[in-house]
Design a protein around this ligand. Structure first.
Ligand code: HEC
Ligand code: HEC
Length: 401
């Protein structure tokens, strides 16, 4: 149908190329024809229509969302995010072609992992994988549980350079990042896909970072029951019209600050969760300390460095099952266990955030069963549906790679 249209319009428009078939090829973005005789049909590799890319650059964002960590110079484009999607799902990015980003960041689990620690190309990760929902919508620009990446862009190639995860570390016997670039240059479609995204066929680390970041920032979830209600009111403090009384109580407990006696025991007020996971983003606040979870997975060591959390949106899936264990060391297996942690913070570590203590006394929230059930009911309203199934964030590769 499209070709017929092009042929017809060429008949009508004066001065269009006389070679109709050549023109049709040039118009078909599923075909890469570099003129040297090699013709690549992208439809043989990807379940993507390159003539009509999915919308990543113009998604609607609710007006109550105002945090955005997109840096100048790396706005999402459809070509860039599409390249990022292909890279994200490509096992070629690991040294032995066994692991992609999606191996540990699975769409079905909000781009996290239900395994406590994840299997990489050369071993297992030291920490629990992080969900990648709404990574764009936070003021905090540092990434990883301990924030060792200064931006999402910088973060995206660190797993590739990690020996255990994807294996291009350049250390010991590992190949280095330039070896990965050489590898991508020999893949038929990558030079042209980089050209479409960035204007030339050059493949370098910055472009890989930019494409992966565009794809990750495009992963957005705003179709939860929370959102359906938030749009109807002016702020989070107003009761939501279509929430149950229990959910509204949970929202209030999440949002309001606790009042403590001088022993750190809560006498009234809420739980103060919004002090660190606030706004309609539920992203982690800037400038906060440790929350008292100091374990190391599979060991008795102590880790005081953790100060970041992914958004609390989509911590459970649409079926109500949690999208994997909680906390960096996977030490909480349910939301009840998360609350029990905050209810009685056990250790007074030097980096424990002031919001979670009164002087030297770590907080005791004295939660009742009713309050716990209410806050869990509220947290469960933060889950959307689209992000789990929308094909634009799914594996684009056809068949076995
Ligand atoms: C072998 C499993 C594994 C692979 C492969 C992997 N990741 Fe991760 N990812 C993790 C773990 C574990 C963490 C948390 C690590 C930490 O904080 O120390 C993480 C954290 C992240 C974060 C930080 C999120 C936040 O909110 O701070 C981003 C972004 C991310 N990964 C993107 C990627 C990308 C892009 C790739 C592919 C290039 C990738 N990951 C490959 C396991 C993996
Ligand atoms: C002082 C800041 C702070 C406050 C207050 C706070 N949190 Fe957290 N929260 C964090 C940090 C930092 C992490 C990451 C900790 C880790 O994984 O070790 C976290 C992690 C979590 C997680 C796990 C996220 C994941 O992806 O595994 C949940 C759920 C959570 N918090 C819920 C709450 C609730 C509910 C409250 C109120 C009772 C609360 N938080 C209060 C800072 C805070």
């Amino acid at each position: 149908m499209k070709n017929v249209f092009i042929v017809l319009s060429c008949v009508l428009i004066v001065g269009c190329a006389s070679d109709n078939s050549g023109m049709a090829d040039a118009e078909d973005r599923n075909i890469i024809d570099d003129g040297s005789g090699t013709v690549i049909n992208l439809s043989d590799y990807f379940d993507i229509d390159f003539n009509s890319l999915d919308n990543y650059e113009n998604q609607s964002i609710p007006n109550y969302i105002d945090e955005d960590n997109t840096p100048n110079g790396n706005q999402i484009t459809n070509e860039g995010a599409t390249l990022g999607r292909i890279l994200f799902y490509d096992n070629t990015l690991s040294v032995n072609n066994t692991v992609s980003c999606a191996s540990c960041h699975k769409q079905a689990f909000a781009f996290g992992d239900i395994d406590d620690v994840s299997i990489g190309a050369n071993g297992v990760t030291a920490r629990h994988s992080m969900r990648l929902i709404n990574a764009r919508f936070g003021d905090e620009t540092n990434f990883f549980w301990d924030e060792r990446a200064n931006s999402l862009e910088q973060q995206t190639t660190m797993p590739i350079r990690d020996h255990a995860e994807m294996g291009f570390s350049g250390e010991n016997d590992d190949p280095n990042f330039n070896d990965l670039i050489s590898r991508l240059e020999t893949v038929d479609y990558y030079p042209e896909l980089f050209n479409r995204a960035f204007g030339s066929e050059t493949i370098n680390e910055t472009r890989i970072q930019n494409a992966l970041s565009q794809f990750i920032r495009s992963i957005q979830s705003f179709d939860s029951r929370y959102d359906d209600n938030r749009i109807l009111v002016n702020n989070d403090n107003q009761p939501f019209p279509n929430f149950t009384n229990q959910e509204n109580l949970g929202k209030q407990l999440f949002t309001q600050q606790p009042n403590f006696n001088n022993q750190g025991v809560r006498i009234d007020g809420g739980f103060g969760c919004a002090g660190c996971h606030g706004g309609s983003e539920f992203s982690i606040a800037e400038n906060r300390g440790n929350n008292g979870v100091i374990g190391v997975f599979g060991s008795n060591d102590i880790d005081l460095t953790i100060t970041r959390s992914p958004t609390l949106r989509d911590i459970v899936g649409p079926n109500g099952q949690s999208n994997g264990a909680f906390f960096h060391d996977a030490s909480a297996n349910s939301l009840e266990e998360v609350l029990l942690h905050y209810n009685t913070i056990a250790t007074n570590n030097p980096d424990l955030d002031n919001r979670l203590r009164q002087g030297n006394n770590p907080q005791q929230l004295e939660m009742t069963t009713e309050e716990m059930e209410a806050i869990i009911a509220f947290l469960e309203t933060l889950t959307g549906e689209d992000v789990y199934t929308n094909e634009k964030w799914s594996d684009p590769f056809i068949g076995v790679e």
